[in-house]
Each structure stands twice: as structure tokens, then as C-alpha cells.
Ligand binder design. Structure first.
Ligand code: 13P
Length: 272
């Protein structure tokens, strides 16, 4: 089996001033200091706090991402931030198509695709977010919605990009609700996502590249439920909101990622 990266990413959403970002990022960096077998740890602050977070994690293995970006390099687009601006700062990752962008800010499958192309062109690592709403789940549409989102995001994306892209499955009903998606179900949907990617690239004989794409689960991930998630074969990491806002909650999540890197994550169910 391909050894995929394990990623623990904290999406801070619209939380953390510069001062608070410095404190949190410093605490995360300090908690990672001297640790071996760390997962890739990514802090994703709001734009105004990116530089503070970057300064705080200097000389540490922690990386910083942005929560969104425009797909154009510059122009008369009031309120937007471009990939050129992010790379200049030293940002390594960018979230694309988070459900809150889709729900509240007009993000569509098509603009997700445009942003993904721009991220790749600027050598930012894209974390493409997909996931169904509660209505869609209750109508039995989970798999078709997620497949459609993945297919649209990857339209015209060359196979070699699969060595860079990360996909996060975040069911909308699990975000910020405390209702975590069961590990087996998250694993199943991520398996569907991997199968979809394999299918999209089979024509060029590149299905195998799907095995390299790190797949994350997001939605009410907490220290109390991450271990079970991390033990599943398709779940390569977590995209965390609420529990990433306090070092004392985020550091145990990093620890769970570390166990996965070390191959010691145990499936609690398989022990029964
Ligand atoms: P919560 O962990 O707060 O549910 O948020 C998940 C999320 O949206 C991360 O991008």
C-alpha cells in the first residue's frame, strides 16, 4: 500500500486576532518541538493573522494555510486575496471550496475548479473540501453529491497533480454541531472519493495515482473521537474547526496523527 501523508489541519475560521494567533501558533509549535514522526501540522488562520502565525511557527515543523483565495493573480476584485499574495507571505496550503464558502459566499463547483487550478499553478497545496448537507444525506444523495463535487473540482486537472492535492470530506451536518460522522461511514465515503478519483483518471492509465491522495475527515473532530477515525484505512488525517482553537485540544489531535504515522493507531472496534 502507498504510504500517504498524514495531515492534521486546524481551520480557525473567523477566529483569532493577530495577538491570539501568535499565542496559539506558538503553543502548537512548542508542543511539536522535538517530536518525531509528526503528521503534517497545518494552521489555517484568517488572512489578517497569517503573518503572525507564520512568525510564530518559524523553525518548527508546523505549516500555515489560507482559508480561501481568488483564482486570479491580481485585478479589480474588491475584497479578494490572490495566490500571488499568499505565496509571497510563505503560505503552503489553501482550503478550497469549504462548505461555509459554498453556503454563504456563492462558491460553486466551477469556482472550486478555477481555484484548484490556480493553487496548483502557484504551487500551493490545495485542500479541496466536499460534503453533503443533511437534506442530501437524508434523501440518500450523499455519494452522488460527493462524487459530483470531486468530479467537478478535478475537471481538466492533469494526473500529476494528484501527487499534490488533498481532499477533505466534511459532511455539512457534522460541522460545528458536535455530531461526528461515524468512523466507518466517513471511511466508506472517503473510499468512494478515492474510487471516484481512480475512475476519473483511468483513461490515461493513471487510476493508481488515486492511492496517493491524502483524504481527510472533518466535522466535530475532537480528542475524544479522533483515535477511532485515525485507525481507518482511508482516513489520512483531520480538518478541524472548533477543537483547533485551543492548544490543549489541538495537541492531542496531533498526537493521534503521530500514532497513525507510527502505525500504532488501533481500531478500537477490531479489538472486540
Ligand atoms: P468543526 O470541527 O468545528 O466541526 O469544523 C469543521 C470544519 O469545518 C473544518 O474545516
Amino acid at each position: 500500500m502507498t504510504k500517504r501523508k498524514t495531515i492534521i489541519a486546524g481551520n480557525w475560521k473567523m477566529f483569532k486576532t493577530r495577538k491570539e494567533a501568535t499565542e496559539l501558533a506558538s503553543a502548537v509549535a512548542a508542543g511539536c518541538k522535538g517530536e518525531k514522526d509528526l503528521p503534517e501540522v497545518v494552521l489555517i488562520p484568517p488572512f489578517t493573522s497569517i503573518e503572525s502565525a507564520l512568525n510564530a511557527i518559524k523553525d518548527s515543523p508546523v505549516s500555515v494555510g489560507a482559508q480561501n483565495m481568488d483564482w486570479r493573480d491580481n485585478g479589480a476584485f474588491t475584497g479578494e486575496v490572490s495566490p500571488v499574495m499568499l505565496t509571497e507571505l510563505g503560505v503552503k496550503y489553501v482550503l478550497i471550496g469549504h462548505s461555509e464558502r459554498r453556503q454563504f459566499f456563492g462558491e460553486t463547483n466551477q469556482t472550486v475548479n478555477q481555484r484548484l487550478k490556480a493553487a496548483l499553478a502557484h504551487k500551493l497545496i490545495p485542500i479541496v473540501c466536499v460534503g453533503e448537507t443533511l437534506d442530501e444525506r437524508e434523501s440518500g444523495l450523499t455519494d452522488s453529491v460527493v462524487r459530483r463535487q470531486v468530479g467537478a473540482a478535478l475537471a481538466e486537472i492533469p494526473p500529476e497533480a494528484l501527487e499534490i492535492i488533498v481532499v477533505a470530506y466534511e459532511p455539512v451536518w457534522a460541522i460545528g454541531t458536535g455530531k461526528v460522522c461515524e468512523a466507518d461511514e466517513a471511511n466508506r465515503v472517503l473510499g468512494q472519493i478515492r474510487a471516484t478519483i481512480a475512475d476519473l483518471y483511468k483513461e490515461g492509465g493513471n487510476s493508481g495515482l488515486a492511492d496517493q491522495v491524502p483524504l481527510l475527515y472533518g466535522g466535530s473532530v475532537k480528542p475524544s473521537n479522533i483515535e477511532e477515525q485515525m485507525a481507518k484505512p482511508e482516513i489520512d488525517g483531520a480538518l478541524v474547526g472548533g477543537a483547533s482553537l485551543k492548544a490543549e485540544e489541538f495537541l492531542p489531535l496531533i498526537k493521534a496523527g503521530q500514532k497513525r504515522v507510527q502505525g500504532t493507531a488501533k481500531d478500537s472496534l477490531s479489538k472486540v
